[in-house]
Design a protein around this ligand. Structure first.
Ligand SMILES: Nc1nc2c(c(=O)[nH]1)N[C@H]1C(S)=C(S)[C@@H](COP(=O)(O)O)O[C@H]1N2
Ligand SMILES: [Mo]
Length: 254
């Protein structure tokens, strides 16, 4: 996690340079240890500074084909044991359907065939895992924002929750992002990697690529997207599997 902290530190110090007034205004409160851990120990400060400095709208770096990693390892689940998933995989995901529901006007169920025919985007980006490895790969998929526009968000919509087919230990893997990341132009539901359909190891048939965030946010085996007004009702309420079990930051912006 030191990586996150140092990156947050960096964004934090950029924020200090750009928003001195705000920082000095908060100095008194921030000086107490409890307040420091409240402000610095949560995503709040980073997110506020990122918003204030405009970094949240910016694009993640894209690379050229020659920079792609020869090996892109898999991490976490690489072969879900869920029987329904195994059945879908055995039939090449022909019977798969992504559910889009929750706080939307038009809940949808989309087959992989339908998804692959939607307008798509291809991007070569760097994946950074907090366990200390990175890899550059090419991803192709449907922009999440388009799907959400088609579904029509209801006024209370605040978060997009990704339900995955796998479980680690006793808990199902899930993740969530806010609407800024959901509508970010590089946020896609990817069905191909390096020019080939996604392998099971890398999250077939559909995985999230939210390029402004660290590896654990890149949910694999996405079965359902649920739009919600709060993260309280999911898992232990911290917004994701690793957030719940290991206190990883919910906002993992890089
Ligand atoms: N469903 C699911 N998504 C997941 C994981 C997982 O175990 N299950 N691991 C996460 C972590 S920690 C990383 S680094 C990346 C790894 O993606 P890869 O296997 O394609 O390299 O997936 C993320 N998404
Ligand atoms: Mo990771």
């Amino acid at each position: 996690m030191s990586r996150i902290i140092s990156r947050r530190g960096l964004i934090g110090s950029l924020g200090v340079a750009g928003g001195g007034l705000l920082v000095s205004g908060c100095d008194k409160i921030a000086a107490t240890p409890a307040a420091r851990s409240f402000f610095l120990g949560t995503e709040t400060l980073t997110r506020r500074f990122a918003q204030a400095t405009g970094t949240r709208g910016s694009l993640a770096r894209e690379f050229s084909a020659s920079e792609m990693s020869p090996v892109f390892r898999t991490n976490g689940t690489s072969s879900p044991q869920n029987p329904d998933y195994i059945t879908l995989a055995a039939n090449d995901f022909r019977d798969y359907a992504l559910k889009v529901d929750g706080l939307v006007r038009r809940p949808a169920s989309l087959t992989l065939d339908q998804i692959v025919k939607l307008p798509h985007r291809t991007q070569i980006t760097r994946h950074d895992c907090v366990e200390g490895w990175s890899a550059i790969g090419q991803w192709t998929g449907v922009p999440l924002g388009g799907l959400l526009r088609d579904a029509g968000l209801l006024p209370a919509a605040r978060y997009v929750v990704f339900h995955c087919a796998d479980a680690l230990g006793m808990a199902d893997y899930y993740e969530s992002i806010d609407l800024i990341d959901a509508f970010h132009p590089q946020t896609i539901l990817a069905w191909a990697m390096n020019g080939q359909r996604l392998t099971v190891g890398h999250g077939a048939p559909l995985r999230l690529r939210v390029e402004t965030q660290l590896g654990y946010k890149q949910a694999k085996y996405v079965m359902r997207i649920e739009v919600a007004d709060s993260l309280a009702g999911f898992g232990l309420g911290k917004g994701g599997y690793w957030e719940d079990v290991a206190d990883y930051a919910w906002y993992a912006g890089i």
